[in-house]
Design a protein around this ligand. Structure first.
Ligand code: NAD
Length: 297
């Protein structure tokens, strides 16, 4: 069993940390939110009151933070991880951030003789709770091998996408596709319902036909069609519109930098931006259904 420091105990990090405890690891945690720390302590973790304290004696450091600026602050800040961690500690960042930020942290870590890997995840809060996340890793092959044994306690599929930053590139591509699939699914459901179809019947037909896709099959955006998805609990929990907008911003910036054409991703990004401007940033991303349909009808 290993000694692991975990930083960032939010919607994803909280259940991921809980799974490491269940697997028998010794866990020390740090978060700015006292409530998040309390929940982890109740599950069996030790709490630390600074980044220096949380990484002390750790063999692995795992971070699960909202965005690039938080990752930079946690790793590169004066009081940050790189200035406090012992030689030989393996650093794993599972946040979804720009590939360039992962590469910047990796470079700073390497300069100090430390190993760093980007390992963003797919699978949502449900996957984090069930321990079935997909980890999409970027870094050296031997570091990937070493990290895999720990990641297996939180995930089912562990991929090595390539060098530093490659995990983030693959994750950004995946989430851009997800945004396109979700908006397309909402549009099709809205059209069917306008024609008087039952959204549950239409969903079943499309699931068994060529329109079937992840958003429709396991994350149906129409309220009441599927149990245990955010659409059936007023779009609470899940993957926030604000986070999807962050990821689509990363895809857009990346496309500009690489002169790639992303017409579908750009349209999906504009729709999610519009939705957020209407005050929906704190809802699950499947609430984009509201942009196509008056769900009160
Ligand atoms: P969250 O906002 O629920 O949790 C982030 C946590 O980080 C919070 O508890 C916050 O207090 C803590 N934090 C922020 N700054 C900190 C700092 N300087 N030091 C210590 N703690 C700090 O976010 P989340 O939903 O858990 O997402 C985390 C990352 O995972 C994001 O990059 C997101 O894009 C990605 N992700 C989320 C989902 C999802 O379904 N929610 C799915 C896949 C990937």
């Amino acid at each position: 069993m290993s000694r692991i420091a975990f930083v960032g105990l939010g919607n994803m990090g909280g259940p991921m940390a809980a799974n490491l405890l269940k697997a028998g690891h010794e866990l020390t945690v740090y978060d700015l939110s006292a409530a998040a720390v309390d929940a982890a302590v109740k599950a069996g973790a030790e709490s630390a009151d600074s980044l220096a304290a949380v990484v002390s004696g750790a063999e692995y450091v795992i971070t699960m933070l909202p965005a690039g600026k938080h990752v930079e602050a946690v790793y590169l800040g004066d009081e940050g991880v790189l200035n406090a961690v012992a030689d030989g500690t393996l650093l794993i960042d599972s946040s979804t951030i720009a590939p360039e930020t992962s590469q910047k942290v990796a470079k700073a870590a390497t300069a100090k003789g430390l190993s760093f890997m980007d390992a963003p995840v797919s699978g949502g809060v449900g996957g984090a709770q069930a321990g079935t996340l997909t980890f999409i890793c970027g870094g050296e092959a031997d570091v990937f091998q070493r990290a895999s044994s720990i990641l297996r306690n939180m995930g089912k599929n562990i991929f090595h996408a390539g060098p530093h930053g490659a995990g983030q590139v693959a994750k950004i591509c995946n989430n851009m596709l997800l945004s396109i699939l979700m908006t397309g699914t909402c549009e099709a459901l809205a059209l069917g319902v306008k024609n008087g179809l039952d959204p549950a019947v239409l969903s079943e037909i499309m699931k068994q036909s060529s329109g079937g896709n992840w958003a429709l099959n396991v994350y149906n955006p129409w309220p009441g069609v599927m149990d245990n998805v955010p659409a059936s609990r007023n779009y609470q929990g899940g993957f926030l519109v604000d986070l999807m907008n962050k990821d689509l911003g990363l895809a857009f910036d990346n496309a500009v930098k690489n002169q790639a054409t992303i017409p579908m991703g750009s349209l999906a990004r504009n729709l999610f931006q519009l939705h957020a401007q209407q005050g929906k940033g704190g809802l699950d991303f499947s609430s984009i259904q509201q942009l196509f349909s008056n769900l009160e009808e």
